[in-house]
Design a binder for this molecule. Sequence first.
Ligand code: CO
Length: 134
Amino acid sequence: MLGRLNHIAIAVPDIKVAAKTYRDVLGAHVTEPTDIPEHGVKVVFVELPNTKIELLEPLDRESPIQGFLDKNISGGMHHICYEVENIIEARDRLKAEGARVLGSGEPKIGAHGKPVLFLHPKDFAGTLIELEQA
Ligand code: CO
């Protein structure tokens, strides 16, 4: 069911500082920040030869990543995104296996304009998983 690793997301308290670190210290190509109000985050992509790193900053206190940053004040790895061919089939299979799909269970449009779902970290070795229809 799982396809390629699409990205790893890191929650950060200050996306300008984090983007500058990736660009100037690590020498990576970094995109301009974009607001994604549907997900409550500002995002920057670090483009690597084989995948992307998504830097996320909360847009406000109501952001779904704010609680994570309250516990990890200097930031930290937030989720891993895997590609699937068909997100509805993947969701139904996971639910049948007893995995918990977060939110309403209906895919939302993610940072790349494609449908995404999130899976409960307690069902997956303590890691929040995002599935994106490739
Ligand atoms: Co993501």
